[in-house]
Design a protein around this ligand. Structure first.
Ligand code: GLA
Ligand code: ZN
Length: 676
């Protein structure tokens, strides 16, 4: 049984907005959903205006009818609380609910995800509505989960937020002296004398847009970092208020909110601790590489201890917000869906069931498009996937990924690296993580994405790319891990600051110096297009973005710079420490390097690829009490042949493959195998 929807089969469905349609259409929707093997609908995502037309009136007539209808048709419900967009009357009567932008501009009513997270009105009315919904629908035994609000995100810079920020800081630091120390306000004489001197960091205070690059900068990283943390916490508090409201009536029904994978604004690792299960919306751009989508799944799986997640939304065919909204080619939706399952999804859902006819999402894909017919390519593909998921039943549920390598991902580092004034605007945290992730992906080595709170000892190799910020005590965790035999990899510009973005003096990489056996004396930022070079394992690679100039203090150089005044200085090092090893990749290189490097490291650490595959064919594994399942995913537009390593049963074709037998996968095709 899956711990999420508490189902014995994998659920399949999507967002359903019957409130935008006349009732005659509903019956037809029921018929079409049954035909497509859909058994769950997410309801009520944006219905606040209809449910609460004024301060004291609540009107559930339409939702009652929909709830009855879907229950009568055997559909499960993921019930949303509708608080992702407030009603117009609320904005009129309680303008504190409106957000203020970074430049100080107070918004009027409009858009969605538009409520100030510190607005007293929002914090009153949102949980009140959630409670009313839970009270009303608690008897519905087809309610599979609660979906709080929708895609929390955005920012607010209003006066309520400013006041709440001061309170947040009081709680965190206790005294103003401690705030001044942490924000380093001795610089430029920014010392605060009174709590009211603290203003939130935006374009009216410490932030500005750099004319040359268009990049947003801050003059004080400490306060800007804390404002990010504060906004993430503020929205999490809103989630928690609604969570508590529904739990009061329905303590046993799991609660989630739909996340957005690598969304910079919210520290999802912190959020996941308050959610019963993780769900997320997958909208890869047509130009995204398969490894980028795989990374998002792994990031989401890692939020809650590597437990499976729900794919809450994906488009069956097309999005509408890109400049060019390319159709998913035949087979692509199926491939992306099975990729989600391969990485830990226990349910597959779409946005949305029926395409709207007005406003900004009318050209967004849906299971049923404007023609309203079932004889469309998209509907056929949705139906085929429904049949396959039904055939798989509960086989993959609660399956875990047997990863022996982990990548540390940390929102604080993401924020800090990209607020850093120098050494280079080309340092992008996500890119630095992807450099290593893509290499592991290409090698068919599964990785877990973990937080700085997670245990390291279960892994043979731990990578922490661009670990610029080392939070107090984390150096001990890393050191213990390596001492006991672990292999640790980090990269350029790591070990520089503490959690307040204050530099650790005494030489970079600060508290990681002894573990890495190096001293980084300077960092050379190369403008785009320029590079140095180094050789590793007999091949020459470019060194760009940042070149750390380092000295060995016990480590061994595996590659040295070959050009400029620092030619001969180490670019890549390894340090034997206790029973383990710590690598430092002192520069940014190309894809070929990361792949060769990780291949060597994995080999030495005893990590085997899951399966050899031709270029563009992904291999992923899930294991549960029912077996070990190998997913082969052909991301290329050509047929590919894989020579299997082991005996397998093809679950869809129903045939047996012997060890070393060749298996053909059609273009954009999928093979689901059970190890025998
Ligand atoms: C998001 C939202 C949905 C819808 C889709 C469209 O994921 O959660 O309400 O707007 O995008 O792609
Ligand atoms: Zn606000």
């Amino acid at each position: 049984m899956s711990c999420y929807y508490r189902e014995t089969n994998m659920l399949y469905g999507g967002d359903y907005n019957p409130d935008q349609w006349p009732q005659e259409v509903w019956e037809e929707d029921m018929r079409l959903m049954a035909q497509a093997h859909i058994h769950i609908v997410t309801l009520n995502v944006f219905s606040w205006a209809a449910l609460q037309p004024d301060e004291d009136t609540y009107d559930f007539t339409k939702l009652d009818a929909v709830m009855e209808l879907v229950r009568a048709n055997g559909l499960k419900v993921c019930l949303a609380t509708s608080t992702g967009a407030h009603p117009a009357w609320m904005a009129r009567k309680h303008p504190d609910i409106l957000r203020t932008e970074k430049n100080g501009m107070k918004r009027k009513f409009g858009g969605r995800h538009n409520s100030c997270p510190n607005s007293p009105a929002y914090r009153t009315y949102a949980p009140r509505l959630a409670a009313k919904l839970a009270e009303r629908y608690q008897k519905f035994d087809n309610l599979a989960a609660w979906h709080i609000s929708n895609e929390y995100g955005g920012e607010c810079y209003c006066e309520n937020c400013e006041k709440a920020f001061r309170e947040w800081l009081k709680k965190k630091y206790g005294t103003l002296e401690e705030v001044n120390r942490s924000f380093y306000t001795a610089f430029w004489g920014h010392t605060f004398y009174d709590w009211d001197d603290i203003v939130l960091p935006n374009y009216l205070s410490e932030h500005f847009v750099d004319d040359a690059t268009g990049v947003e900068r801050t003059m004080f990283q400490g306060i800007s970092l804390d404002y990010r943390r504060f906004l993430s916490d503020s929205m999490l508090e809103c989630f928690q208020l609604e969570y508590d409201a529904v739990k009061k009536f329905m303590p046993d029904i799991p609660v989630t909110t739909n996340l957005m994978a690598a969304y910079k604004g919210l520290d999802y690792q912190k959020w996941a601790r308050s959610m019963d299960f993780v769900s997320w919306d997958n909208y890869p751009a047509p130009s995204d590489r398969p490894s980028q989508t795989a990374f998002c799944h792994d990031l989401m799986r890692g939020l809650d201890g590597q437990k499976p997640f729900v794919l809450m939304e994906q488009t069956p065919s097309v999005t509408n917000w890109l400049p060019y909204n390319r159709l998913k080619r035949p087979g692509e939706m199926r491939l992306l869906s099975w990729q989600a399952v391969a990485h830990g999804a226990d349910a597959i859902q779409f946005f949305q069931i029926r395409r709207s006819i007005g406003a900004c999402e009318k050209y967004h894909g849906a299971v049923v498009d404007h023609a309203g017919r079932a004889d469309t390519r998209v509907f056929r593909e949705v139906t085929q996937l429904g049949e396959e998921l039904e055939k798989a039943g509960g086989l993959f549920l609660d399956g875990r990924t047997p990863a022996q390598a982990a990548i540390v991902f940390d929102w604080d580092n993401w924020w800090a690296v990209e607020y850093s004034a120098g050494p280079s605007i080309l340092m992008k945290y996500l890119d630095a993580v992807q450099d290593f992730y893509q290499a592991a992906f290409a090698l068919n080595v599964p990785v877990d994405i973990i937080s700085t709170e997670d245990e390291l000892l279960p892994y043979k190799v731990v990578l922490a790319p661009l670990l610029y910020m080392v939070k107090r005590g984390y150096e001990e965790k890393l050191t213990d891990y390596v001492r006991q035999g672990g292999t640790f990899i980090t990269s350029y510009f790591s070990g520089i600051v503490d959690e307040h973005d204050l530099v650790d003096v005494g030489g970079y990489p600060g508290r990681l110096r002894e573990l890495l056996g190096i001293w980084v004396e300077e960092n050379d930022a190369l403008p785009q297009g320029e590079h140095n070079a180094f050789s590793y394992c007999g091949r020459r690679y470019p060194a760009d973005i940042l070149c750390d100039l380092m000295h060995l203090e016990g480590a061994e150089a595996l590659g040295v710079y070959e050009e400029d005044f620092y030619a001969g200085m180490p670019a890549l090092t390894v340090n034997q420490y206790g029973k383990g090893k710590a690598y430092y990749v002192g520069t940014h290189a190309n894809e070929a390097f990361y792949q060769t490097f990780l291949e060597q490291v994995f080999l030495q650490a005893g990590i085997q690829p899951l399966q050899q595959t031709p270029f563009g064919v992904e291999a992923a594994v899930r294991e549960n009490v029912r077996g070990r399942f190998l997913f082969l995913l052909n991301h290329t537009p050509e047929k590919k042949t894989v020579v299997l390593e082991g005996r397998y049963e093809d679950l869809l074709a129903g045939r047996i493959y012997q060890d070393h037998e060749e298996l053909e996968i059609e273009k954009k095709g999928v093979c689901l195998l059970r190890e025998l």
